[in-house]
Ligand binder design. Structure first.
Ligand SMILES: *Cc1c(COP(=O)(O)O)cnc(C)c1O
Length: 425
């Protein structure tokens, strides 16, 4: 459920007509719903009721400070994958004891800053990383609270670019090597073994891969206990999918169904502390990307709607051929058209929707790309020297710009022309 809906023929976010925001802030712009974000977090937390669970929002999904503050106020922690995300979550007021640090390429300075902040756990993904983390912790006179990310080798049945738990993926340690690495970790002076971690992929539309992965973890936890290693928590990652509104799409499990499935799979380990790292399911349907139609164009038999948002603003269609719904901000009658909705970027892959049946859109009309709240702005770039769009948070009848549209000066900030190049003429 979300809070984007038509009132008569105008598309609203909560109580604010999106056309008003487009008028006042301009386009392209991301708009997020406060009510949707807080509801999604609450529903997810409720689905885990009965477990000693901590929901650590996956910051890479959507990392604006205002959104993070909203989620942290609702009790969420953070799953981070870089020193930059650590900086963000601390700036947004996250309790360090609710931060887990994932990712295959942590550097020594990133480890140092996370240790100094006092985070809950490092999710370590290789033996080399474990050695370095131990050394960095010793230099600081500390021990690093550590989980090892295990790759359970289950097929999440999702897009190959967002499948992370297959044997050939770069993530985690093969389950067959985990016991030996835990033995080593337990003996390292700078490591405090606290948990076991896995994350098998994103946009999962079935509970079976979660169940299979957790069952493998449960076996491993048992083996580790026999080896004398007691874990405080089990981190089961994120990955629950959302409906993107495609007709033929199978509806993903609800958070309630997901919660039931993981409780069953955890079995006797359900009394342990459980950490979840959801991203998309919290933020995906809580945001849209507003855009203005620049041109209608016909080439051969194909119809194009050229808009002012592009792949640099929302990469998912170009990167994963992802489907996003397209909604006019003002619905009007007339025959529907079949068109590609494309941006101004000089790439054939620059499309937001392809071969899509939509209501007629003319030059100057505004539209929204739906379900753009996760992996939308956070993947935005300046490709084609396009300033990044504004971000807006709506709460009831109010809205606030929570990130200003980048200026032309922002585009060249940090660049320099050295003296040895001389003058231009
Ligand atoms: C991306 C990621 C997540 C979040 O995935 P969603 O599909 O957005 O829920 C969680 N954990 C890790 C380690 C990730 O890389």
């Amino acid at each position: 459920m979300n809070h984007f809906h038509y009132k008569d023929d105008d598309l609203y976010c909560e109580d604010v007509p999106l056309a008003r925001i487009a008028e006042e802030v301009g386009t392209p712009a991301y708009v997020y719903s406060h009510a949707t974000l807080s509801r999604h977090l609450r529903v997810f937390q409720d689905a885990l009721a009965g477990l000693d669970a901590l929901v650590c929002f996956s910051v890479k999904a959507s990392s604006n400070l205002a959104l993070l503050r909203l989620l942290f106020s609702g009790g969420a922690g953070a799953d981070i994958v870089s020193g930059g995300e650590l900086h963000r979550v601390l700036a947004a007021g996250c309790d360090p004891q609710k931060i887990v640090f994932s990712g295959v390429g942590k550097t020594a300075p990133e480890m140092r800053r996370a240790l100094e902040a006092g985070i809950l756990a490092f999710n370590v993904e290789s033996e080399g990383e474990l050695d370095l983390l131990s050394r960095v912790a010793r230099e600081l006179g500390r021990r690093a609270p550590t989980s090892i990310r295990v790759n359970p080798d289950v097929d999440p049945e999702t897009h190959p670019y967002i499948a992370t738990g297959l044997r050939e993926s770069k993530f985690g340690i093969p389950a067959s090597e985990a016991r030996a690495l835990y033995q080593k970790a337990a003996a390292l002076p700078g490591i405090d073994v606290v948990g076991l971690d896995c994350h098998i992929g994103s946009q999962l539309t079935n509970t079976a891969p979660f169940r299979d992965a957790i069952e493998k973890l449960v076996t491993l936890v048992r083996d580790l206990e026999r080896d004398g290693i007691e874990l405080e928590h089990l981190d089961i990652g994120g990955g629950l999918g959302i409906p993107y509104g495609r007709d033929e799409e199978a509806p993903p499990p609800t958070p309630g169904e997901y919660g039931e499935a993981i409780k069953r799979a955890l079995g006797p380990l359900a009394s342990k502390r459980i950490i979840c790292e959801p991203g998309r399911v919290i933020a995906g349907n809580a945001g849209v990307l507003l855009s203005t139609v620049l041109y209608r164009k016909r080439a051969q038999s194909k119809e194009f709607v050229v808009v002012d948002a592009a792949m640099n603003d929302l990469l998912r269609p170009a990167l994963y051929e992802a489907f996003h719904p397209v909604w006019p901000l003002r619905r009007r009658g007339g025959e529907r058209i079949r068109a590609d909705v494309v941006g101004p970027v000089c790439e054939t892959g620059d499309f937001l929707a392809r071969e899509r049946e939509i209501s007629p859109l003319e030059t100057g009309d505004r539209m929204a790309v739906g379900a753009a709240g996760a992996y939308g702005f956070s993947m935005a770039s300046n490709y084609n020297s396009r300033p990044k769009p504004a971000e807006i948070l709506v709460k009831g009848p109010r809205y606030a710009v929570v990130r200003h549209r980048e200026s032309l000066a922002d585009l060249t900030r940090g660049e320099a022309i050295p003296d040895f190049l001389g003058d231009a003429d």
